[in-house]
Design a protein around this ligand. Structure first.
Ligand SMILES: Cc1cc2nc3c(=O)[nH]c(=O)nc-3n(C[C@H](O)[C@H](O)[C@H](O)COP(=O)(O)OP(=O)(O)OC[C@H]3O[C@@H](n4cnc5c(N)ncnc54)[C@H](O)[C@@H]3O)c2cc1C
Length: 381
């Protein structure tokens, strides 16, 4: 179906993102996958092109576009080429940026955001701990007052960009007796004494995105690195999770659509019993079903993007978008892989990688079970 939410300036921007990917990512992607991380040069090029500063005010080197269609375009184009790179970049530009911009002190913003917008400094966010990611309110990393700042102790796991990021937003407990209302957010910076990283974690997919454990041993952070008010961290995270979820949802759908298009092409080329395999009714019907799921989901996602722009997008909408698109993505890509037969199971085929890359999306950014829990609560259940 023709999408109707974009204007000519969005189409132009999409071409610029696609050109960047063709030039800076596609030729290097195999190496990024082998290295388990993306070169700084690729980040810096994305910064120069203005893809990292969409959420950052102009005075700090961004464009502060205030039009979520631009964020969506970056996500969609990147997810078509490298969904792992999209995850890394989205954490930085779409997820961490609002924390720094909305809650950072002037000192912090002046010091970090210009390099952040240019990709000279990259960012991650560390909420999850080994003891549990879903139950954020139970986190154990602590921050206690320490002279003119805070002292952080604890550890985090599964942190995207964790191996490389210069700026990490860390959730830590500041009031042990207050549960969810006793958590604060801090910016920990590379090179702070006591801040250490573990090895790059060996994931089942999205290899080009680096993921690591982080350790904080008596890390002193200055007072300026507290984000917002003490003990308000949980509320700040809840306020910003819908943006994280709509971004993940756009990525899920774009990734599935790309895999689907490549599969249709394959089904027309690959022959069996003297005919293209796509002409067998079962495969034709399978592809027809996937095409329908993708179109229907796209219509919902475009509504979500426009609701985000006009301020009516809710946390429940975000939960629906996140669980539904990750489910659809996994269903579509699994059906596509089957159409590739044995080749679909070979890592040199993009469909095999897409299948591995997709699986995590049902787990992260709030698992699909938790998304349904949120929707159920909204129904008054
Ligand atoms: C590749 C990757 C990258 C990640 N990147 C980041 C990152 O950058 N920053 C970050 O902070 N975290 C990150 N995460 C962590 C991710 O958000 C967590 O893995 C996720 O929140 C689930 O937490 P958990 O793994 O501890 O599972 P658990 O919390 O132990 O949950 C296990 C299972 O129990 C289910 N469950 C738990 N509670 C309930 C309930 N009340 N009702 C029903 N079911 C329930 C869950 O849905 C899940 O299926 C990443 C994870 C991965 C795999």
């Amino acid at each position: 179906m023709q999408r109707t939410i974009f204007e000519p300036e969005h189409d132009e921007f999409r071409s610029a993102v696609a050109t960047y990917l063709e030039r800076s990512i596609t030729p290097q992607l195999e190496r990024y996958i082998d290295d388990r991380l993306i070169d700084r040069a690729a980040w810096e090029e994305a910064g120069k092109q203005g893809f990292l500063g969409l959420e950052v005010p102009e005075q700090y080197g961004g464009s502060f576009a205030q039009d979520y269609r631009f964020n969506t375009i970056v996500t969609e184009e990147m997810s078509k080429v490298s969904v792992g790179f999209n995850s890394s970049l989205q954490i930085h530009a779409d997820i961490v940026a609002p924390y720094l911009v909305d809650l950072g002190t002037d000192e912090l913003k002046n010091r970090l955001l210009p390099d952040f917008s240019l990709g000279l400094k990259t960012a991650g966010i560390a909420m999850t701990e080994a003891g549990g990611g879903t139950d954020l309110a139970a986190l154990k990393t602590t921050a206690v007052p320490d002279g003119d700042g805070w002292r952080i102790n604890g550890s985090k796991t599964f942190i995207t960009n964790g191996y490389t990021a210069d700026i990490i937003v860390v959730a830590a407990r500041t009031s042990p007796e207050k549960g969810a209302r006793g958590i604060s957010l801090f910016v920990v910076e590379a090179g702070m004494p006591g801040f250490e990283r573990g090895r790059k974690l060996d994931k089942a997919g999205q290899h080009e995105a680096d993921t690591a454990e982080l350790f904080f041993n008596d890390v002193h952070v200055p007072a300026e690195n507290l984000l917002g008010e003490v003990d308000s961290g949980f509320i700040y995270m809840m306020e910003r999770l819908p943006q994280e979820r709509i971004g993940c949802a756009s990525s899920n759908l774009a990734h599935a659509k790309q895999a689907f298009m490549e599969t249709v092409h394959y089904a027309k080329e690959r022959q069996a019993f003297g005919k293209p395999i796509g002409s067998f009714q079962h495969l034709k019907f399978t592809l027809a079903e996937q095409a329908t799921k993708l179109d229907v989901t796209q219509a919902f996602m475009d509504q979500c993007v426009m609701a985000k722009i006009d301020g009516t997008f809710t946390a429940t909408d975000a939960a629906k978008a996140k669980w539904w698109t990750s489910q659809i993505q996994n269903e579509v890509i699994d059906a596509c892989l089957q159409i590739f037969g044995g080749y679909g199971y070979m890592n040199e085929y993009r469909i095999a990688r897409a299948w591995q890359d997709a699986r995590v999306t049902k787990i992260w950014a709030g698992s699909n079970e938790i998304m349904k829990e949120l929707i159920g609560r909204d129904l008054g259940l």
